[in-house]
Write a protein of this length. Structure first.
Length: 248
């Protein structure tokens, strides 16, 4: 669904067997990959894509993302759509929808982005504004916003997973790709093979780079709800996530 009136972008996205778990449910990492790909295409349309910003030593950085299943993604090729909201001073909000070929919506999502200087890795006030040739699509997919995630003490806990970042984890910004955090979080939940993901939120707090080690810790927050945090080997919390599950 591309609109000539609004800043929107739609692209096809596959959810074949390669992108599904042993219970035939889509991997959360692939949901985030679809979000990432369509967002990249949409900012390209606005003249604010990766190559455009890199000319000024700037890059886009995902701060947090949340998605919710509202239906089932069929095995046929789906369509992912994104649209930005009003430009902030330092933060940029963007929403998503994944629909089946029939038009039935299966996933909704929201995200918050910022612009960093690629050398200092600090947030900057970008020297651009959105073009004025189209309107901002007003739909807000998750009006309640984000869960408040504050982490928890891991002093007496053993890590669920310890992972060292390898070359294939990296993105073009030379840190672990955001989609990989979803897999780390999911793989840290006990008995995950008996569940499907209903909803997920990840807050990206600090970069994890090539050869860094990150350990995950999982804590139940209620029935079928878990918080998973990742801590780098230097003791810095790199991500925080909340996963709501449904028993199969």
């Amino acid at each position: 669904m591309d609109s000539d009136e609004y800043f929107m972008r739609s692209i096809p996205c596959a959810f074949s067997y390669s992108f599904r778990d042993l219970n035939n449910n889509p991997f959360p990492s692939h949901i985030l990959q679809a979000f990432q790909d369509v967002a990249s295409r949409q900012v390209d349309d606005m003249g604010l894509g990766y190559e455009d910003l890199l000319k000024d030593d700037l890059i886009w950085a995902l701060i947090k993302v949340r998605f919710r299943f509202v239906g089932k993604i069929q095995k046929e090729e789906a369509v992912v759509t994104t649209w930005p909201h009003k430009q902030g001073v330092l933060r940029f909000d963007r929403d998503y929808s994944i629909s089946n070929p029939s038009g039935e919506e299966a996933v909704i999502g929201t995200s918050e982005w910022a612009v960093l200087n690629i050398n200092t890795r600090r947030l900057v006030r970008p020297p651009f504004t959105y073009p004025l040739n189209k309107k901002l699509y007003p739909r807000v997919t998750i009006p309640e916003g984000y869960f408040a995630l504050n982490g928890f003490s891991t002093e007496k806990m053993e890590p669920a997973i310890t992972h060292q970042v390898v070359f294939t984890d990296l993105d073009h910004n030379k840190h672990a790709n955001n989609t990989g955090y979803a897999s780390l979080a999911i793989d840290s939940i006990p008995n995950i093979e008996n569940y499907r993901v209903k909803e997920m939120q990840i807050s990206f707090l600090e970069e994890v780079r090539f050869h860094d080690r990150v350990s995950t810790y999982c804590q139940a927050k209620g029935e079928d709800t878990y918080e998973v945090i990742g801590i780098r080997s230097d003791g810095v919390r790199s991500f925080d996530s909340l996963i709501i599950l449904e028993h199969i």
